[in-house]
Write a protein that binds this ligand. Structure first.
Ligand code: PGA
Length: 250
């Protein structure tokens, strides 16, 4: 599979009431409609589960894809508070973010659990966005590549392929901090990741991507898109990031 365009994904995290989500989605749909074919990337938004139906309704036929932020490995059952990949697909999702550092660190999610969730996503025909990334102390100790390699080895199912998997390299120290990895470090890590994933797998960068740094990051040949947190909550900022994608691809 060849990578035909970059993917810019918004991770809204736990933000927004239905009216906020609808307004943000409407603002993106309006921009997408006026840009027509000019926008040189694919767009995805991942709202909280409570907003999926509302946002999905606004996005319908806009070309902007919808994704979830997590799912349970099983398709159904006695798992209070959880949501299955099938339920996300039923709401119109095409993607689901899995193994985000806020879940790995906040809920002690292991690589094995993340792998099971990715299998669940595959069963429901969702593309899994597998997040990996080192902490600041791991980078300072020179262990960044080993940490990411071990997360990939532990959480990527054997049957993963480029059609159902996207990798998001998100250094933990760069998420929500305003710090970003240097373009050299991003290129080096993405090249390492590329040797460990199925050919043609998109590799996104995430961690404080904003309109000011998106151009430099998204023009890197090794970067196939961005996973955007905070800046995706503002339509102008998210749109400016999307417009930073080189078009056509170099
Ligand atoms: P950030 O979040 O852009 O706010 O750093 C990125 C992410 O957590 O995916």
């Amino acid at each position: 599979m060849t990578i035909e365009s970059k993917l810019v994904a918004g991770n809204w995290k736990m933000n927004g009431m239905r009216a906020d989500g609808a307004a943000l989605a409407r603002a993106l749909v309006e921009r997408a409609a006026s840009a027509g074919d000019e926008i040189g990337c694919e767009l995805l938004v991942c709202p909280p589960a409570t907003l999926l139906e509302t946002v999905g309704g606004v996005l319908a036929a806009s070309g902007i894809a919808l994704g979830g932020q997590d799912c349970h490995p099983a398709s159904k059952g006695a798992y209070t508070g959880d949501i299955s990949a099938e339920m996300l697909a039923d709401l119109g999702c095409q993607y689901v973010i899995l193994g985000h550092s806020e879940r790995r660190h906040g809920y002690a999610e292991t690589d094995a659990l993340v792998r099971d969730k990715i299998q669940g996503a595959r069963r429901a025909d969702l593309v899994a966005i597998l997040c990996v990334g080192e902490t600041q102390s791991q980078r300072l100790a020179g262990d960044a590549v080993d940490v990411v390699a071990s997360q990939l080895a532990g959480s990527m199912p054997d049957n993963a392929d480029a059609a159902n998997l996207v990798i998001a390299y998100e250094p933990v120290w760069a998420i929500g901090t305003g710090l970003t990895a240097t373009t050299d470090d991003i290129t080096a890590m993405h090249a390492e990741i590329r040797t460990r994933v199925p050919p043609g797998t998109r590799i996104l960068y995430g961690g404080s991507v904003n309109p000011g740094n998106a151009g430099a990051i998204l023009s890197l040949a090794e970067v196939d898109g961005a996973l955007v947190g905070g800046a995706s909550l503002n339509a102008d900022d998210f749109w400016a990031i999307a417009r930073s994608c080189p078009s056509p691809l170099p």
